[in-house]
Design a binder for this molecule. Structure first.
Ligand SMILES: Cc1cc2nc3c(=O)[nH]c(=O)nc-3n(C[C@H](O)[C@H](O)[C@H](O)COP(=O)(O)O)c2cc1C
Length: 203
């Protein structure tokens, strides 16, 4: 499914979407500019703001994120000034939240309601639909603990997408667990998430 194949009200809703994007400490964080170009261009979302986990900040720079999104990423509690706390302000701002790449660590924290940084706290503070795209090597993805956390997040109502087969950026081999061609799975999950929020607005 492509967002362009969706009903006109979904396409219209997509063009109003303010998307909050959590980026975790996976090597695939370096794909942020490409994914952002696709989200803003092909999908047509209105505005993107990024929250970087501590570990993600070792892999991508704030300058790079600001250059492609037009907003300085949130890197910690101290980045937020003014009224309200970061997690509440960001959670209220977002129409949809995407966590991509989501690490095994993020899945574990999210599945257990742990809120020890801006990203995991915002996840609990928002009512908007959330799409989670895990990325990790095939061995990590196969571990029962990781699969249990993924199943729990699905049961909790998150739009958790399956990792794709792709070439590992570190090992060079083909394996299941990468972002692969993220576009079809992410757009399907986004359309589902937006459809859900358009329906609940109409009730
Ligand atoms: C270069 C590098 C690449 C990594 N890639 C991944 C990955 O793809 N998936 C994953 O689950 N963890 C990966 N890790 C491990 C995580 O960064 C680590 O578990 C960290 O605690 C995650 O923190 P976060 O979830 O707050 O971002 C990687 C670590 C490094 C140093």
């Amino acid at each position: 499914m492509n967002t362009n194949d969706s009903a006109p009200e979904i396409q219209q809703a997509m063009s109003r979407v303010k998307l909050l994007w959590g980026v975790c400490g996976s090597f695939s964080a370096i794909a942020v500019p490409h994914v952002n170009a696709w989200l803003r261009g092909a999908v047509g979302v209105r505005e993107v703001k990024v929250v970087l986990t501590r570990q993600a900040q070792d892999l991508v720079t704030s300058r790079m994120i600001e250059t492609v999104t037009g907003h300085r990423p949130v890197t910690g509690w101290e980045d937020h000034s003014g009224a309200g706390a970061a997690h509440v302000t960001l959670g209220n701002w977002a129409d949809v939240m995407v966590v991509l790449p989501a690490t095994a660590n993020f899945l574990a924290k999210a599945a257990h309601g742990i809120a020890d940084d801006v990203l995991t706290t915002t996840l609990l503070a928002t009512d908007c639909p959330v799409v989670i795209a895990p990325v990790m090597n095939a061995t990590m993805w196969s571990k029962p603990a990781v699969r249990r956390n993924a199943d729990q997040l699905r049961a909790d109502g998150y739009h958790l997408v399956e990792p794709q087969e792709g070439v590992s950026l570190t090992e060079g081999n083909k394996e299941n667990g990468s972002l692969g061609d993220f576009r079809p799975v992410i757009s399907t999950a986004l359309v589902k998430a937006i459809t859900q929020s358009v329906r609940s607005e109409g009730q």
